[in-house]
Design a protein around this ligand. Structure first.
Ligand code: BMA
Length: 915
């Protein structure tokens, strides 16, 4: 206690002394805002512009291009924007105090992408990597009076084409692939420009190859030095109870090149002083960088640290601590202070790859020493125009992931390293991040110039993001090792180029910058076994090792046996159509008919995929007939059910398959479906539409990713088996189960079977096994065939604090003897209690929607009429009504929505409504 006071008093005295000698903060002049102009090459267009921003949104604001950039084929119609070369320009003036500083730098956190930077007509630098922060020395150029900053951009697709040509001329080979499939309406050679690959189009999104200043830009001026980044390592001493931690803090400092400086460092954790006035002699390298490293023990007698856990794991707390680091440049006159603040979490993370019999290695994560099953999805860029991405929308996406019981999300390699806000929200919501480096579905050049810019990109982004407790793993790229083994096998240069990039450049940089996390060279990869095979495995999708991506659109998608018995499935998916409400944002009403029109097909980038969706609907459900908007709605409804059921089938299997059988099958410890979010209104793999609306899949994910899952399945010899999966660490518990067999035509079960079982923490337990024909025989005429009946299962623990339920179909729905039930809405009521989060989170208002039916009703979808103007989500969807009643929940953050409005706009749909 006394020590605490001593440190505190010393700190206060220190600050006072500093102020006495006239200290000041380093200067920062922001150049963000709307004082910019954008001008095209022939100067026919000159408009006001905004930073951070991009040319498309600036032209939209100026009303030169339409408001709705994602409308029908605007992606193609507006491509001229990206073929022009744009100039961004603004004037500004500076204070004389800034001019007198020894170091004056223009710092651009993100330039998109290829530009020449001039200040007052003088060249100060060039940029060619969207993912890199640039720092240009402008001390001798900046002046009093008006200054003019000008960035001359080059068209990114034209630059990429030119770079690819130059590469071919110089090295005599091309770097595959050249151009995307025609259906993408995309641009070629994204591998030759360090820019969001998906901005050249993807199989789920349009090409909008932007130009502009996409992150903050400004002038930093100081005499001493500034803190650029802070990285941390939290090391647990688990032999002590409570666990004692040591915190390693590395401070990255910038100043002029090759300078010696005295730096006084202060570090606080949640206002507790961990380090006071520590003098470090700093020496910058020729890039002007230096570091200071501190190892700070946190004794439990001082502070008892609460560990950070992912969503739903162990005690499920995402405790964050404020880490404040301050550097006082005492050799500067007057004394200067640079201070940064980071929110950190205390946790350890490990990737376990240990041999298993008969073949292979495990591949799973341990957080704070506990194994957890990674449940989640893949993240794509949420907008082509990052300036359009708002905090409420990001919160909506990440909190929706949390609500669906996800604990991990993969930031896929064809997008961007996401914003600081994105990772802060992931920290807050407990979503662990599998972070790809931004390389996807392509080979890349490996000449010196390219490797150098990648090295800078990796170092900067790892240092920027490293302190986030949410980040679990770094991965070199998306599917490039797979491509090397499967598609791009023809050139001897490719494997060595691949190794230069992912092993020698990215892998080595990560190893130096972040010792706290694992690195895998690619996704999918065989993990350690890929490295044993010199980074280019013959079969990177080997299910005995590492992670796999699994797509088989033509398979029997509702049969778990179509899924691979793999260690970790980091991608699996199927497409569906977004709701009418979302489609209406992109298409005029006359296009909203079934079969699909060419205008709607324009947003389908995957060849034959609409026919495949149709085929899958025909195989399980009822194919909608031709017609207007209602028939299209039938098709949307059906496509979303196929989608939700196929992801349910696979995910439940992956979770059951954690259990190892006597042949050594099992060990699955991760399931991240493809994909969480969308970029525009289109048929894609997403569970959340581009308007933020949940598809049926998202509601299903809440259940199939819940910590307690009861999962029925049919095994060989028509055996019905039911497993109970527990992801909690609550110890041995006792549970009861109730299995009900229903005839489709009535609400009372024709047979009820009960039982109980014990299961332990983090386990998979088989709770029931019975031959389906034998089971049906026991109810005689009520379930003469499989088509007559359906099964529901409930599991409870003794105090009912844990409840899981599920259903099991005994035939495909289109073979089942469904009856048209009298399905009706009984009432819509606002719940008295709102789900409130902390003050920084929006309130959620909940409504109960009571439904009633006279027989079993499968796949009930509740929705609001398009154009209702009401925003929110139905939490349950695609549900079954077994015993005549069901209460669905609607949640919204809009306090003004009333039960009556919901009731007036409610649409309830089931399978027998499809015409
Ligand atoms: C995967 C991804 C993406 C793609 C998705 C769907 O392989 O890595 O490149 O969008 O499949 O095809």
């Amino acid at each position: 206690m006394f020590y605490k006071y001593y440190i505190f008093i010393r700190y206060i005295v220190g600050i006072y002394l500093l102020l006495l000698v006239n200290s000041c903060l380093t200067d920062y002049l922001s150049l963000d805002g709307n004082q910019w102009h954008a001008i095209n090459q022939n100067k026919s267009v000159k408009i006001g512009a905004k930073v951070p921003g991009s040319i498309y949104t600036d032209l939209r604001t100026a009303k030169i291009i339409p408001e709705n950039l994602y409308f029908t084929d605007n992606d193609v119609k507006l491509r001229w924007v990206s073929y022009d070369n744009w100039t961004y320009e603004r004037t500004f003036s500076v204070d004389s105090s800034l001019l007198n500083k020894q170091n004056v730098y223009l710092v651009a956190n993100g330039i998109d992408t290829v530009s020449t930077v001039r200040l007052n007509g003088q060249l100060v630098g060039q940029t060619d990597n969207q993912f890199v922060r640039y720092r240009f020395d402008i001390r001798s150029v900046v002046k009093s009076g008006p200054n003019t900053l000008r960035l001359d951009f080059q068209s990114a697709p034209l630059y990429a084409r030119q770079k690819s040509r130059e590469f071919q001329n110089k090295y005599n080979y091309t770097v595959a692939p050249d151009c995307p499939p025609d259906q993408y309406h995309g641009e070629c050679h994204y591998n030759f420009v360090r820019k969001m690959a998906a901005s050249f189009a993807w199989d789920w999104g349009p090409a909008f190859p932007t130009q502009g200043i996409w992150k903050p830009i400004g002038i930093e001026a100081y005499n001493g030095a500034i803190i650029r980044d802070v990285t941390v390592e939290t090391i647990a001493n688990r032999s002590k109870v409570p666990v004692e931690w040591s915190l390693t803090v590395q401070v990255f400092v910038e100043s002029a090149a090759n300078r010696q400086l005295d730096g006084l460092f202060d570090i606080q954790l949640d206002n507790q002083q961990l380090l006071a006035n520590k003098l470090i002699k700093l020496k910058t390298n020729d890039k002007g960088e230096s570091t200071a490293l501190f190892v700070l023990p946190i004794l439990s007698s001082h502070t008892s640290i609460e560990q950070w856990f992912p969503n739903g794991v162990a005690n499920n707390t995402q405790k964050l601590y404020d880490l404040n680091v301050q550097l006082t440049s005492s050799s500067a006159a007057p004394v200067e202070i640079s201070a940064v603040s980071r929110q950190i979490g205390f946790r350890t993370i490990e990737l376990i790859q240990e041999p298993v019999k008969p073949e292979g290695l495990t591949f799973y994560f341990r957080v704070n020493g506990l194994p957890f099953f990674a449940k989640g999805s893949n993240w794509i860029p949420a907008n082509n125009f990052m300036e359009d991405l708002t905090e409420p929308y990001l919160r909506h996406l990440l909190s929706s992931a949390k609500q669906a019981n996800m604990n991990m999300m993969r930031v896929w390699g064809g997008g961007v390293y996401e914003s600081d806000l994105f990772y802060r929200l992931a920290d807050e919501y407990g979503i662990m991040i599998w972070q790809d480096f931004m390389f996807a579905c392509s080979l890349y050049p490996a000449n010196q110039e390219f490797l150098e810019t990648v090295r800078t990109e990796v170092i900067q982004n790892v240092r920027r993001l490293q302190y986030h407790p949410s980040i679990a793993i770094w991965a070199g790229n998306n599917e490039n090792e797979l491509g090397l083994a499967s598609w791009w096998t023809h050139l001897p240069q490719y494997p060595p180029d691949y190794r230069k990039l992912y092993a020698d450049t990215i892998g080595q940089a990560v190893a130096l910058e972040d010792t706290t996390r694992p690195f895998v060279p690619s996704s999918p990869s065989n993990g350690l076994d890929t490295i044993r095979e010199n980074y280019t495995a013959a079969n990177p999708g080997d299910t005995h090792y590492g992670d796999v991506h699994h797509y088989d659109d033509l398979a029997d998608l509702w049969d778990w046996r179509s899924a691979p018995n793999a260690r970790f499935v980091s991608e699996y998916g199927f497409q569906s159509f977004p709701s009418l409400e979302t489609l209406m944002q992109a298409f005029p009403d006359q296009e909203l008919v079934y079969p699909l029109t060419p205008a709607v097909e324009h947003h389908q980038h995957k060849e034959f995929e609409d026919q495949i969706i149709d085929g899958q609907i025909g195989s399980y459900l009822i194919k909608p007939s031709k017609g207007s908007i209602d028939r299209l709605n039938d098709f949307i409804y059906s496509s979303q059910l196929i989608h939700a059921m196929s992801m349910k089938t696979q995910t439940e299997y992956y979770r059951r398959n954690r259990k190892v059988d006597d042949k050594g099958n099992g060990h699955t410890m991760g399931a991240l479906y493809w994909q969480l979010n969308d970029i525009w209104p289109a048929p894609t793999w997403a569970s959340i539409e581009s308007t933020g609306k949940w598809k049926v899949l998202h509601s299903y994910a809440i259940r199939f990713m819940a910590n307690h899952l009861v999962t029925p399945y049919e095994d060989s010899d028509q055996q019905l088996k039911i497993d109970f999966v527990r992801d909690d660490y609550l110890g041995m518990l006792s549970f009861n189960y109730t299995i009900r067999l229903y005839n489709w035509s009535q609400c009372l079960p024709v047979r009820t079977i009960t039982g109980h079982f014990l299961s332990n923490s983090f386990s998979v337990t088989e709770i029931y096994s019975q031959s389906i024909p034998d089971l049906l025989k026991t109810v005689d005429t009520k379930c003469r065939t499989r088509a007559d009946c359906v099964v529901s299962i409930d599991v409870y623990n003794s105090d009912h604090s844990i409840h899981a339920n599920n259903f099991m179909l005994l035939t495909k729905p289109n073979q089942a003897k469904l009856v048209k039930s009298n399905l009706r809405v009984i009432s819509v009521h606002k719940q008295q209690q709102h789900v409130s989060g902390r003050t920084d989170k929006p309130l959620k208002y909940m409504f109960d929607i009571k439904l009633s039916a006279d027989s079993v009703v499968p796949f009930v979808v509740v929705d609001l009429k398009p154009k209702s103007g009401l925003t929110g989500q139905f939490v349950d969807n695609g549900f079954f009504i077994f015993d005549g009643n069901f209460t669905a929940t609607f949640q919204t953050s809009d306090p003004d929505i009333s039960g009556q409005q919901i009731s007036d706009n409610l649409i309830v749909k089931t399978l027998t409504d499809v015409k």
